[in-house]
Design a protein around this ligand. Structure first.
Ligand code: BGC
Length: 721
């Protein structure tokens, strides 16, 4: 049977195509489905599977996922019905800032095959009948309109040609409804609006139930914050984030094809009680692998905010934010957050899929798109952002020990390095677009001049630092993959670049000529400073941070490296102060201001509680959540000594004013526990190593000791300050 993509001739935002069919006997049944757009499949009136936003977001013309469901239990002997409701989603719907539509195509369509006992019994073709759906409209940014009262018109089925050679099976865990959250407080705002507070900023939808006898239109609007107690949506920019339900009678209502980023829901059209409204957390169903608990409730809240930031932004692809008219797979955000993400959750599959898109979007000349899947068309060598093609596979290889992250991406890495080389002059990066230390506060104008978000660190210093780091990774990757000559060539280029960087950015006496915190942190973390000058540089960095009152001034780049640079340079206590500082700007300042996720900018909310007037204020951006990787690795001390934690280094390092830290991480080689607890004048370090893993323990100021598997406890006197 010829399986076709089918859509409708008429212009319809959402529609349903369906068919009755007869089965002589009901046997083992499998349904294979995909769509140009989003689909919901139903058999005999029941939703097939429990996934949402299927078939997911990929660069559809290169890779389109096909889902496979066991539908044995949904079918019966005799008469059956199968239907598919199709919405625009990422394929055709509104995406990116303004009104960019039809990015992948101007017609949505569905493709399906029902196989019973190995025999294809139904395929999508012109024998299906089409009609409008009770879902009148759906958009990822704008929300959904469901009308259960208006009649639905018939539509005309037609074939939509599409190349099926790009089909691939589902790669990662599906997006599911993961958790239900009850209303924490029902509010009447100063403006008199009825608003539910769920107490947590999430990605998902709200479900509402109308009472018996209800007749009317319920509208739900979604927001992340209240300003002066009032419902506030300016930071969503053009995203309408509104669900509308036209209903008669008692009904439970929930949108199908959309997702919102919210803590607050404004209800109009009915005086619903708190019991009638539930928030549903909707995201990719990854397995949780890491937790950290400390003696400080504020720190715990911060770490919870980081985890929520990950949940809210791992919705089929890793996004920058879940709420405004953006929600894109920004490469720099993920690159900064990847370490934290891979401790918290098993992100292998979602990032394998995302990396496939990143490769698919790579330009001929090796340049990398700023987002994946790409819908804006920028390709470059921008540090941190475009470097994701090198750094993310390497990080995943280190975390999971799976060499396929290197082999799958090596060719793309190599081409990317050539692109970086083409932006060099006299051996140093000197051209190409850079985001700099994005959103850093160390450039005066950044606080007041709209659009100047690049921070105070010379962008080409950053670029050279990242190029060196990438070359080092490519050299190591080539060696692991047995490409000896390429490994040697990349290593030689790395060495030459290092010399050029030292010639350009360090004084002859070895002092770093750029005085920003970010420059100093990068020079330490990427090994740019000569060994003999590292101590002085670490000291300068420490003084620099102290001069800033241990407040955060760094952007996406500096923030990911600063605490590591301090801890490894002998200033762990200062790193601890940056973490624990409650004043603006800093992590705990956000917590003190009531944040339940990580903000995009340190000043997304000004200290007086009003949104930053510059705009671009997301209250759910995970980049600064990079701090949690440092907590796992440098405070609790769960550190890989070989890829995939086959060998581990346990190096807990206490912060004076933080009494205990307990971290657990389910590595691919078993569960690792580490941390410390203070009791009076003594401190107890502990660890748990799974069988089959070699471990070494390194306590502050002591020699590294090899240990076997099992539980370890070491007690030490706390030295006076
Ligand atoms: C996004 C960022 C992203 C940046 C790139 C913003 O609009 O939200 O997180 O990395 O653009 O400049």
């Amino acid at each position: 049977m010829g399986i076709k993509f089918i859509g409708v001739k008429e212009a319809a935002n959402v529609y349903t195509v369906g068919k009755d069919f007869c089965l002589e006997h009901a046997g083992k049944a499998v349904l294979r489905v995909t769509a140009l757009g989003l689909y919901k499949a139903e058999i005999n009136g029941k939703k097939v599977g429990d996934a949402y936003l299927t078939p997911g977001w990929t660069c559809y013309h290169k890779m389109l996922q096909v889902q496979e469901y066991d539908v044995t239990d949904l079918l019966q002997k005799g008469e059956n019905n199968i239907s598919f409701t199709v919405a625009e989603g990422w394929y055709k719907g509104r995406l990116v800032y303004a009104d960019k539509m039809n990015i992948y195509g101007d017609k949505t369509a569905v493709w399906a095959q029902l196989i019973v006992d190995g025999k294809t019994v139904v395929v999508t073709d012109e024998s299906f009948v089409a009609k409008e759906s009770y879902i009148r409209y759906s958009s990822l940014y704008d929300g959904e309109v469901q009308d259960f009262t208006a009649p639905v018109k018939d539509l005309t089925v037609c074939e939509i040609p599409f190349d099926t050679s790009v089909f691939v099976p589902q790669i990662c865990e599906p997006v599911r409804d993961i958790e239900r959250i009850a209303v924490k407080e029902m509010l009447r705002t100063p403006k008199g609006e009825l608003v539910c507070d769920f107490g947590q900023n999430i990605a998902g939808v709200a479900e509402v139930s109308t009472p018996e006898g209800f007749e009317g239109t319920i509208t739900l609007q979604f927001a992340e914050i209240l300003v002066d107690g009032n419902f506030y949506t300016d930071n969503l920019r053009t995203a309408k984030a509104t669900d509308t339900f036209v209903v008669r009678g008692k009904k439970t209502l929930c949108p199908e094809f959309t997702c919102h980023g919210f803590r607050y829901v404004k209800i109009t059209g009915g005086e619903l009680s708190a019991e009638c409204v539930t928030a549903i957390v909707r995201h990719t169903d990854m397995k949780r692998t890491g937790t950290v608990n400390t003696s400080d409730a504020m720190v715990n809240r911060l770490l919870e905010n980081v985890v929520w930031g990950q949940r809210d932004n791992f919705v089929d692809i890793p996004t920058d934010c879940p709420q405004r008219d953006e929600r894109l797979g920004w490469t720099g955000d993920l690159n900064a957050f990847c370490g934290t993400a891979s401790y918290n959750y098993d992100v292998r599959l979602i990032l394998k899929k995302w990396l496939a898109d990143l490769r698919n979007e790579q330009a001929e000349d090796g340049k990398i798109s700023h987002i994946a899947p790409d819908v804006i068309g920028y390709h470059d060598t921008a540090s941190l952002w475009c470097d994701a093609i090198v750094m993310v596979p390497w990080k995943l290889y280190e975390m999971y020990g799976d060499v396929s992250f290197l082999s799958d991406n090596y060719e793309a890495m190599r081409k990317y390095i050539a692109a970086r080389e083409s932006n060099c002059e006299n051996g140093l990066m000197a051209k190409g677009f850079e985001y700099g230390d994005w959103l850093a506060l160390d450039k005066e104008q950044c606080l007041c001049e709209s659009g100047n978000y690049f921070g105070g660190t010379d962008v080409y210093f950053i670029s050279n630092a990242f190029y060196a780091h990438c070359l080092d990774i490519v050299a190591k990757s080539a060696a692991i993959l047995g490409k000896t000559e390429e490994a040697e060539a990349a290593h030689r280029r790395y060495e030459r670049l290092l010399q050029s960087i030292r010639g350009e950015y360090f004084t002859p006496a070895g002092r770093l000529a750029i005085g920003t915190v970010t420059a100093q942190a990068l020079a330490l973390c990427f090994g740019l400073a000569e060994e003999k000058h590292r101590e002085r540089l670490a000291k300068e960095l420490n003084e620099n941070v102290l001069r800033h009152g241990c407040r955060m001034t760094t952007g996406f780049i500096g923030t990911a490296y600063l605490l590591f640079a301090l801890s490894d340079g002998g200033y762990h206590e200062t790193a601890g102060k940056l973490l624990l500082n409650r004043e603006y700007p800093g992590w705990l300042h956000e917590v003190e201001m009531g944040a339940t996720t990580i903000w995009e900018k340190w000043n997304s909310l000004l200290p007086d509680g009003t949104p930053n007037p510059e705009g671009m204020n997301s209250y759910n951006h995970y980049a600064y959540g990079s701090v949690m990787e440092w907590v796992y690795r440098r405070v609790a001390g769960i550190q890989y000594a070989s890829p995939g934690f086959r060998r581990v280094k346990i190096m807990p390092n206490a912060i004076r004013t933080l009494d205990s830290v307990h971290a657990e991480f389910e590595s691919v080689n078993g569960k690792i526990v580490a941390g410390y607890e203070k009791h009076g004048n003594s401190i107890r370090y502990f660890a748990e190593i799974p069988e089959g893993v070699d471990a070494e323990v390194c306590l502050p100021g002591e020699q590294t000791v090899p240990v076997g598997h099992g539980k370890f406890v070491c007690e030490r006197e706390i030295s006076p300050e």
